[in-house]
Ligand binder design. Structure first.
Ligand SMILES: [Zn+2]
Length: 168
């Protein structure tokens, strides 16, 4: 790949990936890395303080968690829905690395099995987010206002806390 600039990327595993234009001597890249070492260290420190929602690797353990998730998450979601006078159609437990949950136009809600690894208040926050989509199927200001009501005014703090969690 051709590149015109030196770039530094740090991936989820904490690996530092540097791209250097072919015409530049390696020494230039080295001095660039050195000049940016503070920034790199800060980034790495932030990564290590991130909580990781990692699923068990053992298939038996994973299956156990999936069954538990199906019962527990479905029950919790329906309880929250009833509490806020909302109607959920179908609840499906998903195993993906792209999102914590999603909501369809038909009122079907998907929840990530990794919700089982989150503290209860964050699990509940994600459920409320998906439930709020039953009223607003977008991320408009109206959606956020409504979600904030469902969260008793704690939406901002909860969303900030959730950002410290990574789906792994
Ligand atoms: Zn959303």
């Amino acid at each position: 790949m051709w590149t015109r600039h030196i770039t530094i990327k740090i991936n989820q595993e904490g690996e530092i990936i540097t791209t250097i234009p072919a015409i530049l001597p390696t020494s230039r890249a080295e001095s660039f890395l050195r000049a940016n070492s503070d920034k790199i260290i800060r980034k790495l420190a932030k990564l290590s303080t991130c909580n990781k929602a990692t699923l068990p690797t053992d298939p038996t353990e994973l299956e156990k968690l999936r069954k538990q998730a199906k019962t527990q998450l479905t029950t919790e979601l329906h309880q929250l829905a009833t509490q806020h006078h909302l109607t959920v159609n179908k609840v499906t437990i998903k195993n993906n690395k792209t999102n914590w949950g999603s909501c369809s136009t038909k009122g079907n809600i998907n929840l990530n099995i990794r919700l089982m690894l989150l503290p209860p208040h964050l699990r509940q926050y994600i459920m409320l987010h998906e439930l709020a989509h039953l009223k607003h199927l977008n991320h408009s200001p109206e959606f956020h206002t409504y979600l904030n009501t469902l969260c008793n005014g704690h939406e901002k703090a909860l969303s900030q806390e959730l950002r410290t969690w990574k789906i792994c």
